[in-house]
Structures are given as structure tokens and as C-alpha cells.
Ligand binder design. Structure first.
Ligand SMILES: Nc1ncnc2c1ncn2[C@@H]1O[C@H](COP(=O)(O)OP(=O)(O)OP(=O)(O)O)[C@@H](O)[C@H]1O
Ligand code: NI
Length: 274
């Protein structure tokens, strides 16, 4: 579905207003995403995850220099393709809830997304209602403005927008941040359902814990680089199946695994939590 090949991204920054310098924000990132797969991209703040999403969507900041290749369904993804496919084949559930228009009620926002996907007005309106109901947003929520929605509800409105766009590749950027466990589970379940329908889903998060239960594969990013791509099931035990020390460190840093960093200290009676 999507192949990212040796992607590099440099952004300009100005040390003094007359002196432009280049900051390398993504370096040699390579991985692929398959249909019906949830591919989690995990990394600390500043690792380049959101910029990777912007690069795939063709929404880079002014002056960005990207090299490497993106292939979508086997075809080189040029900026013209990206523009044509955005909102149809490629959908982004953005990190910022500001992506919702503050003056527009939920149902209309989703209806707009359905119209962009080529549906006539009345069909789009109906699709929006169905999609919002599907994500447990009732008639009342459908009539609310963004500021009247909880964070979890707003995320589900954004997910509904991706849903009605009928995109085959959906990128969810930090979809669970700031949500209570119940809301988070709902949003993550919605993404899982999209993958079960056959969509390719890129789940961007800094939290390995939230990604592992639903991810098929995981790519770890660190300081702009893809450190490792592995099956999600490799995160188990002492992390023996993980290639990189960084991935192993992330795994051991999870609260339940904390004591397992030094297995020799474990008595045989202690449970292994992983
Ligand atoms: N428009 C921009 N111009 C210059 N540098 C930028 C720009 N956007 C991001 N960066 C830099 O690129 C790096 C990666 O940013 P990015 O937003 O992709 O990180 P992230 O992994 O999504 O982090 P977070 O988890 O905090 O969202 C950061 O060091 C950031 O400062
Ligand atoms: Ni980000």
C-alpha cells in the first residue's frame, strides 16, 4: 500500500534573519505499510513523527527539502498525486484538535469530508450522520460545536471524517493523547475497525503501551531515524526478539517491565508480567 524509501527531510531555520541553516528532521527512514495493517510509529517528542505524517500527506512546511521515495499502490507518490489523493485515498487524523472548524457543528464537518470524497450533498449529510453514530456520537453530539465536545469526542469526529473519506491509508497522529482510558480505548478500537475493513493505518504515538494491543507492526523512530521495524509481538519477555537497544530500552521502560530489566534479581516465584 505505502512504501517509504530512504526518506530524508530538511527544514530551514533562521539563526539570524539573514542566515538560513538547514535542520535535518528525518533521516533515512524506510518502512512499508500493508492493507489491513496497523503500523505503529513510536518515538519520543521531536523524533519526527508528525513531520513524517506531513511528508506522506504532502503537507510540508514552506521551504522543506525532501529526498527519497514514497510509493502508493506501487506508484511513485509525487506532490501532484498527493494533492489529488488527499481526502480521498490518503487521510490524516491530525495531532491538533484545531483541525476542526470552531464554527461548524460535528455533522457538517463530517459531511464536508464526505463531499470532498465525491458524494453529493444529501448523501454526504446522511453518511456523516451514520459515521458519527458508528463512533457513538449521538444526535446531540452531532449538533455540537467543537468547543462543546470532549477531547475523545473530537477525536472521534476526526476519525469519522477519515472514515467517510473512504481513504485506504489513514494516518492517526497521537489519537489517544489526553484521553481517559475509556475514551482512548474507543478511539483505538475505531482505528482497529478501520484496519479490519482492509485499510492501512499508521498509528503515530509516543506511547508504546497504547499501540501494542492493536498494532501489527511497529517502527521505532529516534531523532529523525527509523531505528527498527518489527512485529508488535516481538515486544515480549526480555525483548530478546528486538534488534536495537533503543527498542529494548523502550520496552523495559514500561511500568510492568521495570523489574525485568535485571532478570537475575527475579526469584523463580515472582510472576513475569510480559
Ligand atoms: N515547521 C518546522 N520548522 C522547523 N522545524 C520543525 C518544524 N516542525 C517540526 N520541526 C522540528 O522537527 C523535529 C520533529 O518534529 P515533529 O513534530 O515531527 O516531532 P514529533 O515526533 O511529532 O513530536 P511530538 O511527539 O511532540 O508530536 C522537532 O525537532 C521539531 O522542532
Ligand atoms: Ni507530533
Amino acid at each position: 500500500m505505502l512504501q517509504i524509501n530512504q526518506l530524508n527531510l530538511q527544514l530551514p531555520h533562521y539563526r539570524k534573519w539573514w542566515r538560513r541553516e538547514w535542520a535535518t528532521c528525518i533521516e533515512d527512514v524506510t518502512f512499508d505499510v500493508q492493507p489491513a495493517e496497523i503500523h505503529a510509529v513510536i518515538g519520543a517528542s521531536g523524533a519526527g513523527k508528525s513531520l513524517l505524517a506531513s511528508t506522506i500527506m504532502g503537507l510540508l512546511p514552506e521551504g522543506a527539502k525532501a529526498t527519497g521515495q514514497l510509493y502508493f499502490d506501487g506508484n511513485l507518490l509525487t506532490s501532484e498525486h498527493q494533492q489529488r489523493l488527499r481526502g480521498h485515498q490518503l487521510a490524516l487524523i491530525p495531532q491538533s484538535l484545531n483541525a476542526l472548524d470552531p464554527l461548524v457543528r460535528s455533522q457538517r464537518q463530517v459531511s464536508w469530508a464526505a463531499r470532498r470524497a465525491g458524494n453529493p450533498h444529501t448523501v454526504a449529510w446522511q453518511l456523516a450522520r451514520e459515521a458519527l453514530s458508528h463512533y457513538q456520537l449521538d444526535r446531540d453530539a452531532q449538533r455540537r460545536y467543537p468547543h462543546e465536545l470532549s477531547g475523545g469526542m473530537a477525536r472521534r469526529v476526526l476519525t469519522a471524517m477519515a472514515h467517510v473519506s473512504r481513504a485506504n491509508l489513514i494516518i492517526a497522529d497521537e489519537p489517544s493523547v489526553g484521553l481517559d482510558p475509556q475514551q482512548r480505548n474507543r478511539v483505538l478500537a475505531a482505528l482497529k475497525a478501520l484496519a479490519l475493513e482492509g485499510k492501512a493505518v499508521i498509528l503515530i504515538t509516543h506511547d508504546l503501551r497504547h499501540a501494542l494491543p492493536i498494532a501489527d507492526r511497529v517502527t521505532i523512530m529516534r531523532q529523525g531515524r527509523s531505528v527498527e521495524t518489527t512485529q508488535a509481538s516481538a515486544f515480549q519477555g526480555q525483548g530478546e526478539q528486538l534488534q536495537s537497544t533503543y527498542a529494548r530500552a523502550l520496552w523495559h521502560a514500561l511500568p510492568n517491565n521495570a523489574f525485568s530489566t535485571s532478570p537475575t534479581r527475579l526469584s523463580s516465584k515472582e510472576p513475569t508480567l510480559a
